[in-house]
Design a protein around this ligand. Sequence first.
Ligand code: SF4
Length: 295
Amino acid sequence: MEVIKTRTIMTKSDLGNRWFGIDYHMNLYKGCPFGCIYCDSRCETYHIESFDKVRIKENALEILEEELKSKQRKGVVSFGTLSDPYNPEEEKLELTRKALQLILKYGFGVSIDTKSDLILRDLDLLKEISQSNSVIIKISITTYEDDLARKIEPNVISSTRRFEVLEELRKNGIYAGVLMTPVLPFLTDTEENILNMISKSKQVDAKFIYTKMGMTLRTNQREYYYNALDILYPGLKEDYKAVYGSKHICNTLHFRHLMELFLKRCSEAHILTDMDAIIKDYKKEIPQNEQMSLF
Ligand code: SF4
């Protein structure tokens, strides 16, 4: 396991309420081995070379503890914006688990994005944090079809298993829902997929489904995706090129129709879809240090 040097772990989020109300984000690992063909962490903006290889950051937990101690404002810390915090190495390294223990100790909230069932190992900590703080778990699922998921997310557990994970979280009182991003043009942008995603989410009591009904195709990410399409679906790359050219934001072809259908069915199922509504529903006022309240 390669160890890389770092001086900071947590950074203040400039996404704020635009992305699940997170206040800080951090990535304990660099790189992700799950192999999703569409992953936007591969784009050049993030400068992550050899993205499929997991590396750990030297003294990550010590640095994190110092940062948590010194932050003037407590808030929600996001795990896994650029890499899944429950990659297979986490099973033995337990960096994510130990970071959750620190989050609990210093009174912060947590937001986690994952495609792994390893998150269930940490149910005890998530339950404890959520007693006094904000917890939101986003299980990333792009298709209800296990066969399709196996192709586009080759090293990830099945979609069926991911819905089971979500069900287990909800049964334990954890605020959790589905991150349905991306929606891939020509592959997952069907009424059938959208409707099944909603009905399966409803069955497992998901609090929300969040989607932008499209995908990004940025430099490096696009090349990786097109190479994968050439292997999995020869000829499909040409359809993308014809429709999207060099665009970075690629909405599905039937965006308006699918979005209207999605919003209507989610509303009928009492599943939240709006970012502001999700934040209002899950985010608690986080108690600040007593010292801070004097000012
Ligand atoms: S799990 Fe997330 S970070 Fe990892 S490859 Fe898939 S999309 Fe990228």
